[in-house]
Ligand binder design. Structure first.
Ligand code: HEC
Length: 122
């Protein structure tokens, strides 16, 4: 009986340490910022849709040289976040793609990029 009691308290001790450890690991992942594709869709509708179209494939009415990039395409979607961020932030010289850093904050650019990621074609 006494032995069983010791084993029981050991077991309880171990599980509480286990839970404590689990909570600690979870806390570490909390500060990671999640960008908001819903806020990004709002920005996209107001600022990007007139060239890139509702599905990212380009607006029908727009005639530009070069044409707006197809944001749903593999060519765009395979690029890294940092590279697309820079493109939206700084624009592309000698194209209609302007530098959005003058109108959008960095967080807004990340939000709109989160939305652009939802346009990926499977
Ligand atoms: C006035 C028209 C216009 C507007 C508005 C516009 N773009 Fe563009 N965008 C372009 C054109 C044109 C290109 C293609 C440039 C090229 O040929 O590489 C482009 C390219 C891009 C690319 C791909 C860049 C690359 O090199 O792969 C991304 C991403 C992009 N635009 C995102 C956005 C976002 C997000 C917005 C809204 C904040 C936006 N664009 C607004 C015209 C526009």
């Amino acid at each position: 009986m006494r032995f069983a009691g010791i084993m029981l308290s050991l077991f309880v001790g171990m599980t509480s340490v286990g839970f404590g450890g689990g909570a600690g690991v979870k806390d570490l992942s909390m500060p990671v910022k999640q960008y908001d594709a819903v806020a990004g869709r709002e920005i996209y509708t107001n600022t990007c849709i007139r060239c890139h179209g509702i599905d990212g494939k380009g607006a029908m009415s727009i005639q530009l040289v070069p044409q707006p990039a197809d944001l749903s395409s593999q060519a765009v979607q395979s690029r890294l976040d940092a590279s697309l961020f820079k493109r939206i932030h700084d624009g592309k010289p000698n194209t209609a793609m302007g530098a959005w850093s003058t109108t959008l904050s960095d967080d807004e650019i990340w939000d709109v990029l989160a939305y652009v990621r939802t346009l990926r074609q499977e």
